[in-house]
Design a protein around this ligand. Sequence first.
Ligand code: SF4
Length: 340
Amino acid sequence: MEAIAYERAADIAGAIRAAREPGVAFIGGGTNLLDLMKGGVERPVKLIDITHLSDDGLDTARALPNGGVRIGALMRNSDAANHPLVRERYPLLTQALLAGASAQLRNMATVGGNLMQRTRCPYFYDTAFAACNKRAPGSGCAAIDGHHRNHAIFGASEACIAVNPSDMSVALAALDATVQVADAGGTRGIPIGQFHRLPGDRPDLDTTLQRGELITSVDLPPATSAAGTAYLKVRDRASYAFALVSVAAMLHMNGDKVEAVHIALGGVAHKPWRATIAEGMLTGQPLSDKALHEAAAAQMRDARPLRENRYKVAVAERAIVRAVNVAAGRERLGVTGETA
Ligand code: SF4
């Protein structure tokens, strides 16, 4: 048995002070971190409990002067999904949050923790497998020649082909959210597209957070009331399963033409993957079936699937088409949000 020190931080400043020591980890809901610790994948020497911070606004959402909304990092996923400001202005985020995990986990997991959750690659969690560059840098990657049905088709490296498991982060990517963080030197905002990393030769690093930085909130830009949105999650079963592929789509039409479209893919890369090729092809054009199918196909031409995950290319292509059609009001999703 390994002893682990515990400290309950009273405020943000105290949490940041405590995080200066090496080997510490912040714990909020703990829904991922505790699993990793029980499996011996993560071995912090000290846990800093941030669930009792007294600073205002960390466990709720509030309107910002610019018309956007700030969601506190300690807000539980279920509370964030059901907050009136989120439900009314950002239904895409509500849909994505409610598509994640189970009701019990959503009641416990925090928004900050959701951003920090680690890949569900089974080799990462099973320490009996020696080769995992994310868990043990330099050891290799068991998934590349092993089972990789759920792994990346975009942005992977020779060191790691894992995917980010978060539904919430896919919606945040489509919404152009900003992650607010604090450390001893002050605060900074990280655009969501720069928050999660591609694996490159450092798959052990999931994000661009620096040691000692604490996520304090997620800021959403002003919502466009005219935008249609859809979160479509394709998975092996109707609930409590990670996405094989997911699509968050936000569409703003001007007459029959696409004024703006944001499309983010989940389950396909080490980070939420913005479908910039499809977005560029659709913007300013009439939203015809032909244009939509061509844009989705063009987006997927950059995919680099492996032996077991080729199916994701076709699934993602169809999911892009369907999600945009749902955002346009031409189709509807079932109650669980999956394709039929
Ligand atoms: Fe580890 Fe990444 Fe390879 Fe999975 S894909 S075994 S997480 S290095």
